[in-house]
Design a protein around this ligand. Structure first.
Ligand SMILES: NC(=O)c1ccc[n+]([C@@H]2O[C@H](COP(=O)([O-])OP(=O)(O)OC[C@H]3O[C@@H](n4cnc5c(N)ncnc54)[C@H](OP(=O)(O)O)[C@@H]3O)[C@@H](O)[C@H]2O)c1
Length: 111
């Protein structure tokens, strides 16, 4: 794990996210035969109360991109974890409203 996360111990928080991944896998398996596609999506680092105004992506843009992924989801994505990722997020100081584009299931800030 990177040095960036050293000061963010939060073991209960991280354990809850691991549990969410298992819940996603379980529901994906259980409901696939009924035609459901179940995904876990990490929205990237958003400017919420938790994320602070130092984050990469505005709440509006983050919500828009999560909805976009959900609306375009296909059965072959069942059980997958999709991560909205802004390259070099840990070191950059970007504009949370800049245009983002989806590439290979990941979301990148356009360069
Ligand atoms: N922001 C990010 O960058 C980011 C990235 C990845 C994942 N997430 C995940 O997205 C989820 C929402 O995060 P956020 O950034 O939107 O956080 P947030 O702005 O701090 O909002 C948290 C929300 O949870 C509610 N809440 C807190 N404790 C609660 C409790 N005990 N019972 C019921 N509701 C409770 C709060 O209600 P009140 O307003 O009434 O306090 C608030 O509406 C979290 O699971 C977080 O891990 C966020």
């Amino acid at each position: 794990m990177s040095d960036f996360h050293d000061h963010l111990a939060t073991p209960a928080y991280k354990t809850s996210k691991a549990a969410l991944n298992m819940l996603t896998a379980q529901y994906a398996q259980q409901y696939a035969r009924d035609g459901f596609t179940v995904l876990a999506i990490s929205p990237g680092w958003l400017c919420t109360d938790l994320g602070t105004d130092q984050a990469d992506i505005s709440v509006e843009k983050g919500a828009e991109k999560v909805l976009d992924i959900i609306q375009k989801a296909t059965p072959d994505q069942n059980g997958k974890f999709l991560n909205i990722c802004v390259p070099k997020s840990e070191t950059r100081n970007g504009d949370p409203n800049e245009e983002l584009e989806v590439k290979n299931g990941l979301l990148y800030a356009s360069q």
